[in-house]
Design a protein around this ligand. Structure first.
Ligand code: ADP
Ligand code: MG
Length: 742
């Protein structure tokens, strides 16, 4: 990328006293403005991630245009051609010139409109994005016109004047050669299975919700459509025609609602499969306020109910349509609007979960209920790798000699063998062994009777303390700030009113996680580790990492001892940790489950060892209130959005990955024997891409998970006003004045 000369030089004003900042804080790097074309292409790649995302945007536009018939044609998985035709209201001739500019929309004009938005689109980004990564042609006619117009677009602008042409009612949008200018993306997509099945799946979902609209989807040149719905009034009929009889005949109606402003307001109706329905994987079709979205937390919690009540039919088909007051849903948290953030989500999930559970139990009444053990999960994904000789068993039985910089990995020779590669969020139905069903049951029961556990006064005290210590000025900033971007690895740039602030993401996320742990106390959903991690090994790893002084190397025996004692201690506390914090330690001393503290967020599993050590060392188990507080703080620290362990590959950090022997560390003996040079470079390459992913994912989570959650839940303590968490860097008025003078 070429250097941009018009770098935006920020005059840093009103910098607070140096000592108010975190101690070894780096100077914030200069912020530059990216070239317009680069920005647009980056943004386009975010909104249109793959062909199926383009289809989703186009179909949503057709729905927004009030169409009653929508037909999709796809060639080469969408890479060659995506064509969506509708019979909606069409596009005015005079709007054609700006149709594909970024941020042109007919659906939203003020920010406040966003709170009550009913249409699916609102950002005016989709069509523009497509023109940056593909060739877009629009043919459209509006009511009362004699002929239509055809226009083609490139990089956001019309290629030439719209041409008059014959047209049938509505709009047809054609996207050709998607990602023609993004070689890497195109290549990955070409290598992976094509998107056609995903597109068919998408349209099937739309078809069973928008039953009054007829949908079809076919491959280019094919005579038969793979989805064909005809706009029938009954939902069951629509499901029968799209998903087949075997699904439709095994469905039950389900409803739930709540209308209590102090807890939640929602209405849900849907269809869920019964005990006869057996499938390989769960299908969950969810619409919130008529918007097709993913809500992982809800999906997972329903899977738990099915596993516990109908183990044989534990992969259900679920269709749900939920309506909520528009102001309770933040639809703007995800670049493709795939996920939404919802006020009081826990309460809503709990209510839906309990209605589903009752329904399943009642439907099961006629049959004698048999307890069944659930199949133990068949080991982890990593073990299926071909080079298993390089890849010792992930159970932790291998020797612990690893380079210091990668102390926390289970296998330093293989980046995919890192802890988090096989500690993935898994639904609870993969529990191990016989006691699992009881565990699931009790957790389901607990969720239904929240009062039983949540009346511990010590927790209430801690929550009251959070409220008491809340700083109203900071609260206002947190609630109403705009996220601008990361300024460096730790500080994020924010705007509030006319001021710019740098805010420490690690501090903020740590505090938010801590507060959420207390609020969710005893009511957590679980992150299932697909391969339980032996506590003792985790503790040993952490102890060795702690120990920077090589002179103490011979203390291995002592470390063993400490690790053993801590393991025993935590095993003793297992019941309490499980019940209140959803930290599950099995009888063999393996850590098997962790709590979901923030929906849609899994902590960095590289930090599990450190967390285990904190629990063992830092918690005072004698006093109930202190104990809860310290466990919550340890979880807060673990779940906080620290910079990833791998150095940041953008900028200077890149060198670390380029070198043959990337790490200066000479104890790094693992690399000196047994591997040839080609293997080494390959590893670096993998590490690099792993690091890039980790950093990109973190940034995404900060913007789209942390910030929305912070706005809703964080009560910033007064201490944050002075400990360098927030630093006011400039007032925009002054900046403008400076710019004006230039
Ligand atoms: P958004 O949907 O967020 O407004 P888009 O880029 O998807 O942004 O679309 C821009 C505008 O183009 C829409 O606001 C709408 O006015 C118009 N438009 C797009 N597709 C259609 C269609 N199929 N029928 C009618 N109008 C459309
Ligand atoms: Mg749109």
């Amino acid at each position: 990328m070429e250097e941009e000369d018009e770098a935006m030089v920020m005059e840093v004003e009103e910098i607070q006293e140096e000592e108010e900042r975190a101690p070894k804080e780096k100077e914030p790097p200069k912020i530059r403005r990216l070239a317009e074309s680069v920005v647009n292409r980056i943004a386009a790649g975010e909104v249109i991630q793959r062909p199926v995302s383009a289809v989703k945007e186009l179909v949503e536009n057709s729905l927004d245009a009030g169409s009653s018939s929508i037909n999709v044609v796809v060639k080469d998985g969408g890479l060659k051609l995506i064509q969506v035709s509708d019979d909606g209201h069409g596009i005015r001739y005079e709007d054609l010139p700006i149709l594909c500019e970024r941020h042109t929309t007919s659906k939203l004009s003020t920010f406040e409109d966003l709170q009550s938005i009913k249409s699916m689109g609102f950002r005016g980004e989709a069509l523009a994005s497509m023109t940056y990564v593909g060739h877009v042609t629009v043919t459209t006619i509006t009511k009362g016109q004699l002929h239509g117009y055809r226009a083609s677009y490139k990089d956001g602008v019309l290629e030439h004047e719209p041409k008059a042409c014959a047209a049938v009612k509505g709009t047809q949008i054609m996207v050709e050669n998607l990602f023609y200018n993004m070689a890497a993306r195109r290549k990955t997509l070409q290598n992976s299975a094509d998107d056609y099945p995903k597109i068919v799946d998408l349209l099937s979902r739309f078809a069973i919700h928008h039953t009054h609209v007829s949908f079809s989807c076919r491959k280019h040149g094919a005579a038969r459509a793979d989805v064909h719905s005809v706009g029938v009034p009954s939902r069951i009929d629509a499901i029968r025609s799209v998903y087949g009889v075997s699904v439709a005949q095994n469905l039950m109606n389900i409803e739930a609602s709540d209308d209590d402003p102090s807890s939640s307001i929602f209405k849900m109706d849907g269809l869920i499969s019964n005990f006869n329905f057996v499938a390989k994987k769960i299908t969950m079709v969810l619409f919130i306020n008529d918007r097709l979205v993913e809500w992982t937390a809800l999906k997972r919690s329903l899977e738990v109910v099915y596993s516990a009540t109908l183990p044989k039919a534990s992969k259900p088909f679920i269709y749900m349509s939920i309506t909520l007051p528009a102001e309770h849903v933040d639809v703007n948290v995800h670049p493709t609007k795939r996920e939404v953030s919802i006020l009081n989500q826990e309460i809503i999930i709990e209510k839906i979960q309990s209605v589903v559970e009752t329904k399943l139990r009642n439907s099961n009444d006629t049959r004698t209920f048999q307890e069944q053990t659930i199949e133990p999960s068949s080991s982890c994904q990593v073990s299926s790798r071909k080079d298993s000789d390089l890849n010792p068993s992930p159970s932790g039985s291998k020797p612990m000699k690893v380079p210091v910089h990668k102390m926390v990995r289970t296998d330093s020779s293989d980046p995919t063998g890192r802890l988090h590669a096989y500690m993935q969020a898994k639904p609870q139905n993969h529990l191990d062994g016989g006691s699992s069903l009881t565990a699931v049951r009790s957790s389901v029961r607990q969720r239904r009777n929240p009062k039983e556990t949540a009346d511990l006064t010590s927790i209430q005290d801690l929550i009251d303390e959070i409220d008491r210590k809340c700083h109203s000025g900071l609260l206002d900033i947190v609630r109403h700030c705009t996220y601008i971007g990361m300024a460096d690895d730790v500080f994020v740039l924010l705007q509030h009113d006319t001021h710019l602030y740098l805010a420490n993401v690690v501090h903020l996320s740590k505090e938010l996680m801590y507060q959420q742990v207390l609020r969710r106390f005893a009511h957590f959903n679980a992150i299932q580790l697909s391969d339980p991690a032996p506590l003792k090994d985790l503790l040993l790893l952490a102890l060795k990492e702690d120990d920077l002084d090589p002179e103490y190397e011979e203390n291995d025996e002592l470390k063993e001892k400490i690790a053993e004692m801590n393991t025993d201690l935590l095993k003793q506390k297992a019941e309490m940790l499980e019940e209140y914090f959803c930290i599950h330690i099995d009888t063999h001393g393996n850590l098997a489950r962790l709590p979901v503290v923030l929906d849609q967020y899994t902590p960095d599993m590289d930090r599990v060892p450190e967390f285990a050590l904190c629990l063992g060392n830092d918690v005072n188990w004698e006093n109930e209130k202190n104990c809860f507080q310290e466990i919550a703080a340890s979880l807060g620290n673990f779940y906080a959005m620290h910079p990833p362990m791998l150095p940041n590959p953008s900028g200077d950090g890149l060198k670390l990955y380029e070198k043959k022997r990337p790490f200066k560390n000479t104890e790094d003996r693992e690399y000196t024997s047994g591997y040839d040079a080609t293997r080494e470079t390959e590893i670096e390459h993998e590490l690099l891409s792993e690091a890039e992913t980790a950093w990109a994912q973190r940034e995404w989570s900060i913007q789209h998970v942390l910030f929305p959650a912070m706005r809703l839940f964080l009560k910033p303590p007064t201490s944050m006003a002075t400990n360098g968490t927030f630093v006011r860097v400039a007032s925009l008025e002054k900046l403008y004045r400076i710019f004006e003078r230039c």
